[in-house]
Design a protein around this ligand. Structure first.
Ligand SMILES: Cc1cc2nc3c(=O)[nH]c(=O)nc-3n(C[C@H](O)[C@H](O)[C@H](O)COP(=O)(O)O)c2cc1C
Length: 196
């Protein structure tokens, strides 16, 4: 796949094969993340690679969050999400069956401009990781929903107060790859202004 194909082929994967991801492959995608640009070159990201019993505990917690979050998806069609409610809850409970979940952290900073810069830098790392996963035939899903159970995440993963959780992604070999979500402005006539 060439670079632009990788970009076009990346999807949020929510169903995975149970096959383990070799550590060498995990290191390749984390290395891609580590090569992201960062404000003041501070490279503020850190990654927790979670599997086994701890991953299962995170899944059960996210499952409960998903049940609450989707409670009106069935009764109010206008509020219905992008997936059927039960499908989403099933995904959440086991992170789609992914063998690994990556938690992206940054240093917590009191000054908002640093906090913003750290968040942006870690977001660049996150996207590099997802694109590298796609290039290697793996998949992931950028997720902030699980942060609704942040105190539990912190406890289970022993995350100290001086670290902020940016996002979480399951990582594994895709069992199902969803259709591409259409672009709101595919010709870029509204989203781009050319100023001369
Ligand atoms: C900041 C951010 C937070 C997201 N949080 C979640 C989430 O909590 N749960 C989830 O299933 N998907 C989450 N997503 C994935 C989006 O739903 C997905 O990117 C969007 O529907 C477009 O689909 P695609 O990634 O396959 O192109 C998140 C994406 C971003 C960028």
């Amino acid at each position: 796949m060439d670079f632009f194909e990788v970009i076009r082929n990346r999807r949020s994967i929510r169903r995975f094969k149970s096959d383990p991801v070799p550590r060498a492959e995990m290191l390749k995608i984390l290395d891609a993340a580590n090569w992201a640009p960062s404000a003041l070159n501070l490279q503020p990201w850190e990654f927790l690679v979670v599997s086994g019993a701890k991953k299962n505990m995170l899944g059960s917690n996210y499952g409960k969050i998903a049940e609450d979050y989707t409670k009106d998806w069935d009764i109010a069609p206008d509020k219905k999400g992008f997936m059927a409610r039960q499908e989403f809850i099933q995904f959440a409970n086991v992170y789609g069956g992914a063998p690994v979940v990556v938690v992206v952290l940054i240093e917590a900073h009191k000054e908002p401009r640093y906090q913003k810069a750290f968040l942006e830098s870690a977001s660049a790392a996150m996207e590099n990781m997802l694109l590298a996963a796609t290039a290697l035939g793996l998949g992931g899903c950028w997720m902030t929903g699980p942060l609704a159970g942040e105190s539990y995440l912190r406890e289970i993963l022993s995350i100290p107060d001086n670290r902020e959780i940016v996002a979480i992604s399951p990582v594994g070999y895709p069992l199902a790859v969803p259709e591409a979500r259409p672009r709101l402005d595919p010709d870029l006539t509204r989203k781009v202004s050319w100023l001369e």
